[in-house]
Design a protein around this ligand. Structure first.
Ligand code: ZN
Ligand code: ZN
Length: 579
């Protein structure tokens, strides 16, 4: 009788995570019983696990004479949940060797799979998959879902999707896991398509799936789809969720619609750190430095303290606008006022701010004295700045490091050789060109995307694969002719190819964003803004091309490059030519 009473107390403690009471109850049980039976032991393990006390749970487990399936499941699950994947996996192996009366359940396998997902243990995952097939557990919906999750977290999308298709029974969690997997692997269209399929087979809406979809739309800069998901959000009534609303703010900002982004943000009643950060980073991406700083102050007035992410947006906004003193101030405030520690990204922003302002020795000093190993992006900022300043001394140092970190990036060789050229060191120019020719270094190919009628068209620089190639090129010629009248000239200084000037001009003419723009002009009716995504930083020539194009064609043009947004209207860009 006493034991039964104590069992009830134990379960109550487990449900409510009552640590002290649970321990006291354990003591009572030891006093009341000579030997503790398996059921009570399992309850003890469960209580300790629920209270987050894995060590005593394991002690109880280790002292048990005959352990049941539930004992194994509970302890393995606890290890997996508490980030101790190695123990979970090794216990699972032990469990296989131990004689467990009951057959292994789907629950055990799926919790061990969670452990595999967390540490990306592909080999173990495949073994478990084989094991599940052997035990006829692979069609179990929990196991199947866990497998889909593991494969997609290990970036094995083909395995994940094959498995997903083969599952007869799919829960909402299965669908969500697969959609999230696509988003994580940047397969955004696949995510959206799967969602539509899920809709047809009755998939319910939840915060998780909707946030994933919004990330997919953000990744594609697909505003039309993003708007549709926003409608779904409103219908399903999940808009109040802080995750969904932050994802909405982020999606609109990344799709170039900063106004809409701000509208969602303003309408939000309970703003937390995530929502403030989403809005601040949106403004930063759009180069709205003033708004960034205003919001940054405002959030603190409202009692929300900035974290590392907020500071990163503020610093990068200062970089975009060339605000050196402000940048330095925020960098200091981070530590002095908010007791945060600067990570490598904050340092990278600082180096960038100083380099852009031409303070190359200051930038170099930061690199030298910071507590991290300098990254390629830091040396890259410095090298770029040295090129602008014609500084050979630091340029050579930066280039030397870059050649080590990214030996296949041809851009670095070209930058260095143009510094030599500016200093009239012709022998070195010839030598570095020679090194470049003999090395494996390649320039990453520029690629741009434009979405027309729910279909994404991708263009590579100089490509001629598109079915409308002839029309595109002649449209481009036509636009350029118009622009030439206003004074546009191809700026060959931006090309890094080792070829003569006329070939350079030819290459620049057909940079991918120019092709995408020509195609956009052909297919989108007038008045519709043209949105282009680019995989690299937009070059100086394309930037001035877009400015002229926005004027001659009277179009609003949005280019999202790898760093930020450029919003071209009537001959001007929102970045103020500072990017
Ligand atoms: Zn270009
Ligand atoms: Zn711009």
């Amino acid at each position: 009788m006493v034991i039964m009473y104590l069992q009830n107390v134990l379960q109550y403690c487990a449900r409510n995570s009552l640590m002290a009471e649970g321990k006291a109850c354990h003591a009572q049980i030891i006093r009341a019983a000579v030997t503790i039976d398996t059921v009570t032991n399992n309850m003890l393990i469960n209580m300790y696990c629920k209270c987050g006390l894995i060590k005593p749970a394991r002690q109880v487990f280790d002292q048990m004479p005959e352990r049941s399936l539930i004992s194994w499941n509970t302890i393995i699950g606890a290890y997996a949940k508490n980030g101790r994947e190695d123990e979970a996996l090794s216990l699972f192996v032990k469990m296989q060797r131990a004689v467990v009366q009951d057959p292994v359940s789907g629950f055990t396998v799926s919790s061990v799979l969670c452990a595999c997902a967390a540490k990306c243990a592909i080999l173990e995952c495949r073994q478990l998959h084989a094991f599940a097939v052997k035990k006829a557990l692979h069609s179990n919906v929990y196991v199947g879902t866990a497998l889909v999750d593991v494969y997609s977290k290990c970036n094995l999308m083909r395995e994940a999707s094959c498995l997903f298709e083969s599952l007869e029974e799919k829960s909402d969690v299965t669908w969500s896991s697969m959609i999230a997997g696509y988003v994580r692997n940047e397969l955004y269209w696949e995510a959206l398509r799967l969602y539509c399929r899920g809709q047809a087979s009755g998939l319910g809406q939840n915060q998780f799936t909707v946030s994933c979809l919004l990330s997919a739309c953000a990744g594609l800069a697909a505003l039309v789809q993003g708007n549709q998901v926003h409608c779904v959000v409103q219908k399903a009534g999940v808009g109040a969720s802080i995750y969904v609303s932050s994802a909405l703010i982020d999606m609109y900002a990344k799709c170039g619609s900063i106004k809409e982004s701000y509208r969602v943000f303003s309408d939000l009643e309970n703003k937390n750190l995530v929502s403030w950060n989403a809005m601040i980073s949106g403004f930063s991406r759009h180069g709205r430095c003033l708004q960034v700083r205003i919001l940054f102050e405002k959030m603190q007035q409202k009692g929300v303290f900035p974290n590392e992410v907020s500071y990163l947006s503020v610093l990068s906004a200062c970089g975009h606008m060339g605000l050196v003193e402000e940048g330095r101030k925020y960098f200091r405030l981070m530590v002095e006022q908010h007791r945060l520690s600067q990570n490598v990204f904050h340092y990278s922003c600082l180096v960038d701010i100083l380099s852009r302002a031409g303070l190359i020795y200051d930038a170099y000093n930061v690199i030298r004295t910071m507590p991290f190993e300098a990254t390629a992006s830091m040396w890259g900022s410095l090298l770029g700045a040295c090129k602008n300043a014609g500084n050979l001394e630091l340029g050579e140092i930066a280039a030397k490091h870059l050649f080590e970190i990214e030996p296949t990036n041809a851009g670095n060789h070209v930058l260095l050789s143009s510094i030599y050229a500016a200093n009239k060191k012709w022998k070195e120019v010839a030598e570095s060109r020679q090194v470049l020719r003999e090395s494996e270094a390649v320039k990453e190919r520029g690629k741009s995307w434009i979405e027309i009628k729910h279909q994404v068209h991708a263009f590579m620089a100089g490509e001629r694969e598109h079915p409308k190639t002839r029309e595109i090129y002649s449209k481009l010629d036509e636009v350029m002719e118009e622009m030439a009248k206003l004074g546009y000239k191809v700026e060959t200084g931006h090309d890094v190819h080792d070829v003569d000037e006329s070939t350079k001009a030819e290459l620049l003419r057909h940079h991918s964003e120019k092709l995408a723009l020509a195609f956009g002009l052909m297919t989108l009716r007038s008045g519709v803004p043209i949105r282009i995504i680019k995989n690299l930083r937009i070059c100086g020539d394309c930037h001035s091309f877009m400015k002229y194009a926005s004027k001659t064609t009277h179009r609003e043009i949005l280019v999202r490059d790898v760093n930020r947004f450029h919003h071209f209207t009537d001959g001007y860009c929102s970045c103020g030519d500072f990017w």
